[in-house]
Ligand binder design. Sequence first.
Ligand code: HEM
Length: 397
Amino acid sequence: MKMIMGDKSLFFMEGQRAKSFRHILMAFLGPEAMRRYVARASSIAQAHIEKFWLDGSEVRAYLLVKKALFSVVFNLFLSIQNEEEEKELLVPFEEFLHGLVELPINFPGTKFRRAKLATRKIFGKLDKFISKRKGRGWREKNILMMVMAGHDTTASTLAVSMKCIAENPWCYDRLRQEHLAIAAAKPLRVEDLQKMNYTWKVASGPSSAGKHADSDHANDHRGLHSSKRLASKFLHSIISRTSLMIIDGQFMWSVFRSNRRSAFFPDPDKFDPERFDGSSGLIPYTYVPFGGGPRICPGNEFAKMLLRVFLHHLLTQFQWALLDPNEHSIRTSGQRPPRQTVQKSNIIPREVPWILETINYITRSWNHSITLYHHFYNVLPRIKHVACIFLVEASGS
Ligand code: HEM
């Protein structure tokens, strides 16, 4: 990572330097900054959904989620609002992320080499964007680090949350109740996020969703670990710090492994958002997806904001089911997402939730049979859509 990103990144800073840098970073990522971001993130999420999610009956959720999160980050931190400019950065960023945790073989064709070249390209393009928008300073250069630390972590958390919700219809129902109660505010405000308690519990929850295709390894931006199952959304959270106090070497702590210890998390594979309820007796420091102490993830507020904003827009407009419930997660170097999770989406006009509830009630029996549902996947959203329009017309509202 150092060879690709350079040793001036926060990851490799220690002591006072790291402290000062983090202090500056908090101006962009702290709770106050969230006030400025929520409405914009919400508008971008909605625009993205309207552009890419509404058409057809199938969506590649993970890929779209990644694209959407890139848009938000580029927009908020670089003021990029144009799709062409976005595209110019998207491809090299993907290459950069893919090669980040690879053997450092600097030979044509290796992922490592491609990541190195991509980094150069990214810096070139960032320079261009930054100089285009005068008045921007050195801090934008650290976008690389922020994207690296925050992009796949947040995208896979969101995609796996969608997977868990699809696998647990009771959870979808409960979430929808929470979100319909705040659906009227458009775009969202910070106050709305505070009403999404259950949503955060769902996004936090370990799940047994997914199996690994060909390997039981999971990588992340901080190291490697093994597991047979995708048991936590926070796969990327491995904390590694050099700890001279313990031993002259690396001390590595895996959030993923901690979350699977039944002493702290009974029945760890069970999808049980309630276990993250403050009153459920979670032992302090057993659940720390963002790390803790002076090097706690500085992007945690930002990640929580994005997750809630996107889930809100998805939940108030779609119902989804997995096209392939046994879909394997695919191992990619450095990242561990359920890459090909293909979701089926049903269009739910948010203006007519009561009609929708009725239609959902009627069609629920279909949802129970995934096989049957497959046969319907092309027509079901249209049936619902037409039925909604019909009922709106008929009721005169
Ligand atoms: C669900 C999403 C995320 C998870 C689970 C996550 C988790 C983590 C963890 C476990 C660490 C290591 C903490 C330690 O070493 O003690 C970390 C560090 C870091 N994260 Fe995140 N993160 C997420 C999203 C983000 C976002 C959105 C950003 C920025 C926009 C971000 C920026 C960073 C940075 C800069 C560091 C390094 C901090 C340092 O070395 O002082 N993260 N993250």
